[in-house]
Design a protein. Structure first.
Ligand SMILES: Nc1ncnc2c1ncn2[C@@H]1O[C@H](COP(=O)(O)OP(=O)(O)OP(=O)(O)O)[C@@H](O)[C@H]1O
Ligand code: SF4
Ligand SMILES: [Mg+2]
Length: 356
């Protein structure tokens, strides 16, 4: 079995909540016990409602913030054990694409400077070769190299996001996290940028974590899906499986809200409870139509399985109705199974072609 590129174990991040006098009055349980393994070359989507902890999880994955408990291992090495200098060096291999291409590019840097900065920082290429490298990167993200001398404000949102992608790729990362990389863009531009990302993922053998609340995008792109609710993963599995046979009532409710999924599931009742004081037992029990006493008292765990849900009643829930075109030919599912089955080498996605 291929080794995971990134492993998260019992990862927690709690942000202190203070009153007007600065006294600690509790904590936001933003990430609260996440175990996840990400295999080289896979596209893993992290989905869930606003505030469930997706961005915090993404920042923890890259070592941009320190966990309060648990561990992140990148290629077997615990990020927490690295010196600040060693961590900076690892950043070359791990990059983040932000949601807002307006905020993520420094308005005082030309496009060339923005894309060249990581090349200089990580000494990826000799200085004399930087202009050629920048031109190549711009071309690769669909921008004319002649635009290199322009300023970010001269570009549209989609073009800026292309620049941000070129900048993220400049250091030759193995792992890229896209935190809602297209959700700030016009719908017509979203598909173009998603197609660009998909091409790059395939061509460069990238491992990609797609943080998104847009299940249509996720369905189009992801090999595997992890569904988050109030700081925890409640379901994880091959995208085709999760979309065609969602096991957790929360996943079912999320999918029921997507136009065209056409699944008769109970809609989500009420808002997500506050992460400052999450409900005991199953965190979803306040909104779950199937909740029983056990759900209010006992926290369901996420079993270690290819497709797993953290729900006490998952085996007795009525079956989910699959949408018509779930996974034609089961191609995606086969690729994912190859990751988890040491005897099946044939269908391993992208990773073998990694070009660094
Ligand atoms: N630096 C911080 N200080 C205090 N609370 C924070 C901080 N960052 C995030 N939070 C809180 O942690 C919780 C999770 O936030 P996070 O941004 O990770 O959610 P998200 O799933 O990415 O949401 P969205 O879909 O809106 O981007 C939220 O309640 C948020 O307010
Ligand atoms: S454990 Fe209980 S409350 Fe939680 S999702 Fe399952 S049935 Fe619903
Ligand atoms: Mg976020």
């Amino acid at each position: 079995m291929s080794t995971p590129i990134l492993e998260l174990s019992n990862l927690k991040k709690h942000f202190p909540v203070r009153d007007a006098l600065g006294r600690k009055r509790g904590a936001v349980h933003a990430v609260d016990g996440v175990d996840l393994s990400i295999r080289a070359g896979e596209v893993l989507a992290v989905v869930g409602e606003s505030g469930c902890g997706k961005s915090t999880l993404g920042r923890l994955m890259l070592g941009l913030i320190e966990p309060d408990a648990g561990e992140v291992r990148f290629r077997g090495e615990a990020l927490g054990s690295l010196s600040a200098r060693a961590l900076r060096a690892r950043r070359r291999d791990m990059q983040l694409i932000f949601q807002d291409p307006y905020a993520s590019l420094d308005p005082r840097m030309t496009v060339e400077q923005a894309v060249a900065e990581p090349l200089i920082l990580h000494r990826t290429v000799p200085r004399a070769d930087i202009p050629t490298r920048v031109a190549g990167l711009l071309e690769r993200v669909g921008l004319r190299p002649e635009l290199a001398g322009r300023w970010p404000h001269e570009f549209s949102g989609g073009q800026r996001q292309r620049v941000a992608i070129a900048r993220a790729l400049a250091s030759g990362p193995a792992l890229v996290i896209g935190d809602e990389p297209v959700s700030a863009l016009d719908v017509s531009v979203q598909a173009q940028v998603i197609n660009l990302l998909q091409g790059l993922i395939r061509e460069l053998g990238l491992t990609f974590v797609l943080i998104s609340h847009d299940l249509a995008v996720v369905r189009h792109v992801a090999d595997r899906v992890a569904v988050m609710y109030l700081g925890r993963i409640v379901e994880a599995g091959p995208a085709a499986e999760v979309f065609s046979n969602p096991r957790h009532p929360y996943t079912r409710a999320l999918l029921a809200a997507v136009p065209g999924q056409g699944r008769p599931a109970a809609p989500l009742a009420g808002d997500m409870p506050s992460p400052i004081d999450p409900p005991p037992g199953c965190r979803f029990h306040t909104r779950c139509p199937h909740a029983v006493d056990r759900c209010r008292a006992e926290t369901p765990l996420l079993p270690a399985a290819l497709h797993a849900a953290a729900c006490h009643l998952q085996d007795s829930l009525p079956p989910a109705i699959p949408p018509a075109e779930a996974d034609p030919g089961g191609a995606r599912l086969k690729r994912l199974q190859a990751f988890f089955n040491p005897d099946t080498q044939a269908a391993r996605p992208h990773a073998a072609g990694a070009s660094r």
